[in-house]
Write a protein that binds this ligand. Structure first.
Ligand code: ZN
Length: 221
C-alpha cells in the first residue's frame, strides 16, 4: 500500500500522499539510533505478509525514490531476520508481481552480514568478554560477586552466540533487561553502558558497512 501511495503521489504530484507514505516508512526503517530504540516493529505498516516482502519493497522504493536513509536499517533487517534462503529468494506480492533483491543488493547484504557478525563480539557484545576486558579488570573491587558475574556473562555469551551452531547476526540488538538478572548491580550498570556506547559506534559505521555514504550525507539527500 505504501509503495502504491509513493508511486501515485509521485505520478500525480500529490505531495500529501507521498508525505504520509514517507512518514510511515521513516518510522519503520529509522535513520537514527534513538528512533530505533523507540520503534515498535510493524506498527505503522501492514503486517500480514512475510517480512522479506516488506523489506524487499522498501529497498526497491529507497532506490527508486532516492530515500537512501532507509537503507541501512532495511539491510540490517535482512541480516538479522531473514535466512539466506529468503535473502536469495523471490517473493510473490499481493498484486501478482514478484520481487527479489538486485545482484548489487545481494552483494551488499552478504558483505554486510559478514562485517556485522565479525564486529558483534568486539563491539556491542564486548561486555560479554571477561578476559582482556579492561572494564571488568578495573571493576574487580566494586563487583560484589565476581565469580557469579563472570559465570553469568559466560553463560550469556554461549546463549547469545549459540556455541557450536552456525553464527547468527545479532549485532544491532538493543539491551535486554533479562541479560542482567544474574549479575550484580555494578556489573549490570557497566554492561548496559558498554552495550549502549558500542551501539552508538556501530550505528555511526552502519551506512559504510552497507556500502553507503555516511549518515550526514544520507540525511541531507
Ligand atoms: Zn558484578
Amino acid at each position: 500500500v505504501i509503495a502504491a501511495f509513493l508511486r501515485l503521489g509521485r505520478k500525480y504530484e500529490i505531495t500529501q500522499l507521498q508525505a504520509e507514505a514517507i512518514t510511515r516508512l521513516r518510522y519503520e526503517f529509522p535513520a537514527s539510533l534513538e528512533q530505533c530504540e523507540g520503534m515498535v516493529d510493524y506498527s505503522m505498516v501492514e503486517e500480514d505478509r512475510p517480512r522479506a516482502a516488506l523489506v524487499f519493497e522498501v529497498i526497491e522504493l529507497a532506490h527508486e525514490h532516492n530515500l537512501r536513509h532507509l537503507l541501512p536499517w532495511a539491510y540490517s533487517v535482512c541480516c538479522h531476520h531473514l535466512s539466506f534462503e529468503d535473502i536469495f529468494g523471490t517473493i510473490g506480492l499481493a498484486n501478482g508481481r514478484c520481487i527479489r533483491l538486485s545482484s548489487n543488493d545481494l552483494r551488499i547484504c552478504m558483505i554486510g552480514w559478514r562485517d556485522l557478525v565479525r564486529v558483534q563480539t568486539k563491539l556491542p557484545f564486548f561486555w560479554l568478554s571477561n578476559d582482556g576486558n579492561p572494564t571488568w579488570d578495573a571493576l574487580v573491587s566494586a563487583c560484589s560477586s565476581k565469580r557469579r558475574c563472570i559465570a553469568a556473562r559466560q553463560k550469556l555469551r554461549d546463549q547469545i552466540f549459540a556455541h557450536g551452531e552456525a553464527p547468527k547476526c545479532c549485532a544491532l540488538t538493543f539491551w535486554n533487561a533479562e541479560w542482567a538478572v544474574d549479575m550484580c548491580s555494578v556489573c549490570e550498570s557497566e554492561a548496559k553502558d558498554m552495550h549502549h556506547e558500542a551501539l552508538v559506534k556501530l550505528w555511526h559505521r552502519l551506512p559504510t558497512i552497507f556500502d553507503l555514504p555516511q549518515w550526514d550525507k544520507l540525511h541531507a539527500e
